[in-house]
Design a protein around this ligand. Structure first.
Ligand code: TYM
Length: 363
């Protein structure tokens, strides 16, 4: 073969290989690019479970420079009967609480779910890909529908599909949540896989990020068999982020423990005491064993007073920051508007791709 022709073939081969490699590496970089998405319902006050199970982790990820999108999921909050004025107030309070907890609008995208209509649109497409049997098995549906008697709102049933749309719309790869959300994340993984195999690769692999420590499932102070929850009718079951010191003290005093007076950590057999130890451990960064040895000199009744002191010290700066932020609703609204703008630009791209792939777009 002529030398110059051989040279050309070799050159062409190498440039093609280089092009292929660069395409592959940018593809795999794209594949591995982490994007974090999470959401919180603006119902009632945020509590220590929300904070230690999710919000604190969001702040850590944000401060590490991760690409993170956070949504105040007001469409989820209307699945149960609600008061419109109350919801508006809760949206503001929830956003201000997140800001007071250290969520920074320059580092994280923070927006109101209902201001990006693509959530509802993608939700419908996904509804058409799931079955009633699959949704009926989800534990949170069983819990919530049990409270509704015979009149079960369809929104409660479809709630996890909307949650799936929230996550897929931003092509998120990681979802930091408390342990209670895991069944929903499994549904997200399934629906993403089904969509990809039906319409071609669109969504990345999704991983839940659940704290392994006690913060993944913080228990109720009044019934340690249950998780701490906004919807528990007993307000003493939870420590709210904005509780005044005297309220925190009262709640700690009334926390359910048992008939053993020593402070020992046994999350299986002494769940009430373990929850109090968990709270101290989460606020101070000490291990549960350290907390026990530092409190070996007191009984559980006195320990409750110390737990209150630790919580008051930890939560007071958050409450004070909240009081400052909430005085300026215009600022909170600006944060949400700006967040919605950024969320929109990502959501619109995904929605255009979905429409094309599903065959909803004539253009
Ligand atoms: P929500 O509003 O009930 O709770 C917000 C976050 O707080 C966590 N959490 C807890 N963590 C530990 N211990 C507890 N006792 C505790 N209680 C609540 C929750 O796991 C959650 O991470 N469906 C979601 C909101 C949502 C969402 C999303 C989350 C809608 N779309 C997309 C992630 C991604 C919910 O009701 O969270």
């Amino acid at each position: 073969m002529h030398r110059s022709l051989l040279g050309k073939i070799v050159k062409r081969h190498f440039s093609m290989t280089a092009e292929l490699l660069s395409k592959q590496s940018s593809k795999s970089a794209e594949h591995h690019k982490r994007r974090i998405f999470s959401g919180i319902q603006p119902t009632g006050h945020l509590h220590a479970g929300n904070y230690f199970g999710a919000i604190r982790k969001w702040k850590e990820l944000q401060d590490q420079g991760e690409d993170i999108i956070l949504s105040v999921v007001d469409l989820h909050a209307i699945t149960m009967k609600h008061e419109p004025k109350e919801l508006l107030k809760n949206n503001l309070a929830c956003t201000a609480s997140l800001l007071a907890s250290g969520i920074c609008p320059e580092k994280s995208v923070l927006f109101l779910q209902s201001s990006v209509s693509r959530h509802s649109e993608l939700c419908w497409v996904l509804c058409c890909m799931t079955t009633m049997a699959r949704l009926g098995h989800l534990p949170q549906f069983k819990e919530k529908s049990a409270l509704c008697g015979k009149e079960i709102p369809l929104g409660i049933f479809l709630y996890p599909v909307l949650q799936t749309a929230d996550i897929l719309l931003y092509k998120a790869t990681h979802v930091p949540v408390g342990e209670d959300q895991l069944p929903h994340i499994y549904l997200v993984q399934e629906l993403a896989k089904n969509f990809n195999s039906r319409y071609g690769k669109t969504f990345p692999r999704i991983e839940a990020m659940v704290e392994k420590s006690q913060s993944g499932r913080l228990r109720s102070l009044r019934n340690p068999e249950k998780k701490m929850s906004k919807s528990d009718p007993d307000p003493k079951s939870r420590i709210n982020l904005l509780d005044e010191p005297k309220v925190i003290l009262e709640k700690c005093k009334k926390a359910i423990t048992d008939f053993t007076s020593k402070v020992t950590y046994d999350p299986e057999n002494r769940r009430g005491v373990a929850t109090l130890i968990d709270l101290v451990s989460l606020c101070t960064g000490k291990t549960p064993q350290q907390v026990c040895s530092e409190n070996a000199d007191v009984d559980t009744a006195k320990f409750k007073l110390r737990v209150a002191d630790v919580l008051i010290e930890y939560l007071t700066p958050i409450r004070q920051e909240y009081d400052r932020i909430v005085k300026d609703p215009g600022y909170v609204q600006k944060v949400l508007d700006n967040g919605a703008c950024r969320a929109h630009s990502i959501a619109d791209k995904t929605w255009a791709e979905v429409r094309n792939k599903v065959g909803l777009n004539l253009a």
